[in-house]
Design a binder for this molecule. Structure first.
Ligand code: ZN
Length: 194
């Protein structure tokens, strides 16, 4: 109806005037105070019926190695550091790897100890990784090996660089000292010729 349309137009006009007044009335002190779009426009993959966009998301994760910093620094230098409990009353005297800052058994601070080179261990078990999880950076498929090391009470996980693992097979540690990743990927394993 005509009357209704007229009312509707008036309402829109009032809204437009109000919006214009607000915009003109607000003085910006500097362009720094403007909120700006700094993203990349999303790619429209399909506009049939529903619009589908490709909108890549990313994030930067800041992570501290904290008291385990010596372990990660040592990897970049080609050395493997474990921890041992030095509390005389603690029953667990073997090494822990990955290291723990505090003893899981008695909760007392642990001491660092370097594993002698060459670092040779035994495959406890293994898995062939076909589909890696988010942020897993080796190419797939690869073998993840769980390695037993002499004097170590834990099983140390890592990637086998090449070859096919078997349970009981001997493997030797390799360190990424050139262009290190500064992550656990700075140590990996290769079959040990024996
Ligand atoms: Zn302890």
């Amino acid at each position: 109806m005509a009357g209704t349309d007229g009312d509707h137009s008036d309402t829109i006009d009032r809204l437009l005037v109000t919006r214009r007044d607000m915009t003109e009335g607000k003085k910006m002190k500097s362009t720094d105070e403007c909120t700006k779009y700094i993203g990349e426009p999303a790619t429209v993959l399909s506009s049939e019926r529903a619009v589908v966009i490709e909108w890549p998301r990313s994030l930067t994760h800041r992570h501290t190695y904290g008291k385990l910093t010596p372990f990660f620094k040592a990897l970049t230098e080609g050395r493997l550091l474990a921890t041992r409990c030095v509390n005389p009353e603690c029953e667990e005297k073997r090494l822990w790897l990955p290291p723990r800052a505090d003893c899981p058994d008695c909760n007392q601070p642990m001491a660092w100890q370097e594993i002698l080179q060459p670092v040779i261990g035994t495959v406890h078990t293994y898995a062939r990784v076909e589909y890696a999880g988010t942020a897993i950076e080796p190419t797939t498929p690869y073998y993840q090996v769980d390695v037993e090391l002499p004097g170590v009470c834990t099983i140390f996980k890592g990637c086998l660089e090449h070859g096919t693992p078997t349970i009981g097979m001997q493997v030797e540690a390799r360190f990424r000292t050139e262009n290190p990743t500064n992550t656990i990927l700075d140590i990996s394993w290769v079959p040990h010729a024996g």
